[in-house]
Each structure stands twice: as C-alpha cells, then as structure tokens.
Design a protein around this ligand. Structure first.
Ligand code: ADP
Ligand code: GLC
Length: 490
C-alpha cells in the first residue's frame, strides 16, 4: 500500500459473494475494489451472519468491543479475514445472539422481518462507529467512513458528536427501505435523546435509521443522478423528500458501475459459450440453447427462433412484476415469444408466475429461487431483458444485459433513465440507441415498448447494431470511483 493512501472504512450489511440479496451486495464488492485499484486503503465491515462465517477460512481475532444492546451490554468479537476474492481485509462483527441464525440477513424463513432488527443494526452501527475511531488501537484510523443503506444509518449519527472523527458518507441504495422502528425500541436501545426530534431520526412517531444516516452524515449520495432528483419529490420521497430537498448541498447522485470482469460475455465462467461485440450470434445462440434446454429437454428450432424475453429480479412491487404478469398473456396470445424468469420474493408473485409456467410449459420458463449462475445464463441467452421497474435507484441488471447484447426494455426512471437510450428514428440513425424505454407507468406503454422491440428484432441488421451499441457502453467504475474519491477529499 502506498504511503499516504486514503484510508476508507466501508460498512455494509451485504457484500458479494459472501452475502447478497440484491445489487447492494454487488456494489459493496465492486466499488471498494475500484477504489483499492486507485490506491485507497480499504477495510470492509460486515455482520457475522451464520452463512457468511461458514465461508471464511482463515480468521484472526482483532479484539472485543462491548456496546449497549436492548437488554444490557452486548459483546462483539471483531474478526479479520482475507477472502480469496477480496484484495483488502474484511472485518466481521461476530455477535452470535444477533447474527448467528439460519436464513436471510433481514427476514426469517417465513418472510417476516427479524423481530430484533432494531437491536441487530443498532449494535452493528455502534461497533462500526467504534472501529471508525480505532477503538481497538489497531493503528488504522480511517479518514472516511462510507456507510450504505438503513442498516448502517446510525453509524454517522453515533459519530456526529465525536470531536476527532472521520468524515462520514452515507449512500442511499433504496429509499423504499427506511429501517423504521418504534419509540419503545428507541428507548430500549438507549439511543441519544437529542436524536428524538423531527430534525433528527424521529419519523412519524417512531424513528428511521435511514433518516438518521441522511441527517447526520457529512455527505449523502445515491446511486444515479436521476434518482437523486426524483427522491426530492413527493412521488419518490417516502416522506423524506422535504428533508432531502433541504440538504441539496450535501446530496450527490453518482451512477453505480459494474464489475466488468465478473460480468463479461467473453470470459464469464458461468457461460457454456463466450462471445464479444465483433461476433455475437454463434455464442449467444449456444447460450440460448443451453438456457432453453434447462427447461425443455428438446428445444427445437421453432423455440430457438422465437424471441426469448428474460427477467432476473427480486419479486417485489418496485420491479413492476404486476405489469409483467399483465403483459405476458397478451404477448403469448398475439406473438410467438417465450419467457424465462428467475426471481424470488413475494409469495403471491411467485405463485402467479409458477401458475403461468404450468399453463404454458413450452413457452414460459420460471425458476423461483436465487441462482447466480442462472442469472448469468439468462443475461447471455435471452434475446431481450425486461426491467419495467416503477422506480429504480440505479439497477445493475440493465447494465449487465446491455453488456451481454440483450437489449433491455425499461421504464424511464432513476438509473434506468440514465443508462438506457430509447430506440427511435433519431437514435437509430445516430447509432446511440441501446434499448427500449417507456415513460408512462402502465401496462399499455410497457406492451408498446415490447412490441417496438419485437419489430426491430425481426430486422437482424438493425438489431445487431443495437446490440453492439449496448455492448460498447462503458459501465465500469472509472468515472464514478473518481467522483467518490473527490467527494471523500472535499
Ligand atoms: P436490486 O438491488 O434492486 O435487486 P439491481 O438490478 O441493482 O436490483 O441488482 C440485482 C442483483 O441481484 C443483480 O446482480 C441480479 O443478477 C441479482 N439477482 C436478483 N434476483 C436474483 C435471483 N433470483 N437469482 C440470482 N441473482 C439475482
Ligand atoms: C438497490 C436498488 C438498485 C441498485 C442497488 C445497488 O437495491 O434497488 O436500483 O442498483 O441498490 O446500488
């Protein structure tokens, strides 16, 4: 490590490949690495979930920190580990009563929030704030603490009053998840009384960990410029738009990048065939065949010829799944398209998708669950990618699909608006078109965008040009990582 390198402590609740429920995990892998490659000295703090601890090979105990929990003092063991996929050390907060349990980081097997989430993430934040002040005397004092989403919102709040503290940066990956808890949780956790105000963490009779991050961090970022503007309006602000508007001077929209090594169609370890911009067709065709054969043992030429529409997503309202469910029967009736959908989330969506697959076993292929290799194969094997999110802070899947020559159909919002160029006469003419964007939030407009995509798909030369323009886009971290570095040094 170069002398004088900026020391940055990342704090988050997910990081690929150790723990990931969505794009947050991807970003907590790729952004710190991009900064590391630019010379920054990084540590990443994560909760010691059971599934995460089981993946660690060599750990070193850095020490113990005692902090206040809901019922008294909680003791946390701080572990340091080197993971083969990570170029810098990871610090794990090992606190078995809070994190050593089966299942998802946030919800139980039945899909309910863990009842002690307030305590889990308040303790996590208290310990992370101590590490940010080198409470273990490790001789590693960060200049910046960069925290992510509501699970880490209290870190900046705990640090705010400390006289000698690092700069705090809080990134909103999704304003829809506010980390809301009750007044009795606030009291039981003995959170500082002065936070209990409308200018502090209080929110409609309870408190919000996300709001605490917004209020107390020195700088707040979100993951695309358009989303940064949208969250300052009532339609996207979840009641925090007024606050965000009043904090314009410290709010920055910085577009996420993607890891272009992991997501690269010419080297992707999960693909049976590789391809690149100069020669797309044969490789993409073999991936399509492999994808179809996973669901249909004898995928004949008719199925191969039919446009295959892919989707990989958390099955939640945000992602416009109801529009997908409404559009599918129409398209199945009026065209020859097939669908391949991978996702998990709300049970009602899972059941409806499974039912459609049963009704159309030759044309609708559904996998309920979380499957990283299949996500890669869908990006490569599908002909187009559906992402009609009602709102999308950034979205990574549309960038993956552009890179994989699988033009996306998106609602024009947030990061989708910032990364996909709609196809029309002018954008086809100047070769800037990369996908299909609709700007009225309803099924009819979504269907219209898909129909436009299908019409162009039938013109192979134009389609190839669209694929190539998408594949040529550079979504790596270079620009955005520099933007973060500039922000850290302000
Ligand atoms: P979000 O973070 O809102 O879920 P993003 O587009 O930013 O949306 O990131 C989603 C990430 O999660 C992508 O890497 C995507 O491939 C992955 N993903 C989502 N659902 C699944 C799934 N069921 N199986 C595998 N990967 C998934
Ligand atoms: C969130 C958002 C998504 C974004 C991801 C990574 O989960 O929903 O739009 O890409 O975080 O920042």
């Amino acid at each position: 490590m170069k002398r004088g390198a900026i020391k940055i402590l990342f704090v988050a609740s997910e990081a690929y490949p150790l723990v990931k429920t969505g794009g947050l995990g991807d970003v907590l892998y790729s952004l710190p690495h991009a900064l590391h490659h630019r010379g920054a000295d990084i540590r990443l703090v994560l909760p010691g979930y059971r599934a995460l601890l089981r993946q660690l090979e060599q750990v070193r105990i850095l020490g113990w920190l005692d902090v206040r929990g809901a019922e008294g003092i909680v003791s946390a063991r701080i572990l340091e580990t080197r993971h083969p996929d990570y170029a810098f050390p990871l610090w794990i907060i090992d606190c078995p009563p809070l994190f050593d349990r089966a299942g998802n980081p946030y919800v139980s097997a039945s899909g309910q929030d863990w009842p002690d989430n307030a305590e889990r993430f308040a303790v996590f934040a208290r310990v992370a704030a101590l590490l940010a002040q080198d409470a273990l005397d490790l001789g590693w004092q960060p200049a910046v603490v960069h925290t992510h989403d509501w699970q880490t919102g209290l870190v900046a709040a705990f640090l705010a009053d400390q006289p000698l503290r690092p700069k705090t940066v809080f990134t909103i990956h999704n304003l829809a998840y506010g980390g809301y808890f009750s007044h009795s949780d606030f009291l039981r956790l003995q959170l500082p009384g002065h936070w209990w105000s409308s200018e502090g963490a209080e929110f409609h009779g309870g408190f919000s960990m996300l709001k605490a991050g917004i209020v107390y961090a020195d700088a707040v970022t979100t993951v695309s410029p358009t989303y940064a503007a949208e969250i300052c309006t009532p339609a996207f602000g979840y009641g925090l738009d007024g606050l965000l508007l009043s904090m314009q001077s410290k709010l920055h929209g910085i577009l996420n990048g993607i890891d272009t090594t992991i997501w690269n169609p010419s080297t992707d370890v999960y693909l049976p065939a590789h391809y690149s911009m100069s020669r797309i067709l044969p490789g993409k065709r073999r991936n399509k065949q492999a994808l179809l054969e996973r669901f249909l043992p004898h995928a004949d030429e008719a199925v191969m010829q039919a446009p295959l529409l892919g989707l990989v997503t958390r099955l939640v309202e945000q992602k416009g799944i109801d529009w997908v469910l409404a559009a599918m029967p129409v398209l199945l009736a009026e065209t020859d398209v097939c669908f391949v959908l991978l996702g998990s989330g709300q049970v009602a969506y899972e059941q409806k998708l499974t039912r459609l697959a049963k009704q159309h076993p030759e044309r609708v292929f559904v996998e309920i669950g979380y499957d990283e290799p299949l996500a890669h194969l869908i990006e490569a094997g599908a002909d187009m990618f559906l992402m009609p999110s009602r709102f999308e802070p950034c979205g990574l899947n549309q960038m993956y699909s552009l890179r994989y020559g699988t033009p996306p159909v998106v609602f024009k919002t947030g990061g989708l608006a910032d990364t996909v160029v709609d196809t029309n006469e002018a954008t086809l003419e100047d070769a800037s078109a990369t996908g299909f964007a609709f700007d009225t939030p309803d099924v009819a407009s979504f269907l219209d965008a898909i129909r436009r995509a299908l019409a162009l798909y039938r013109q192979p030369t134009q389609w190839r040009r669209l694929q190539q323009t998408g594949m040529r886009q550079s979504f790596d971290w270079s620009e955005s990582a520099d933007h973060y570095l500039a922000l850290y040094s302000l």
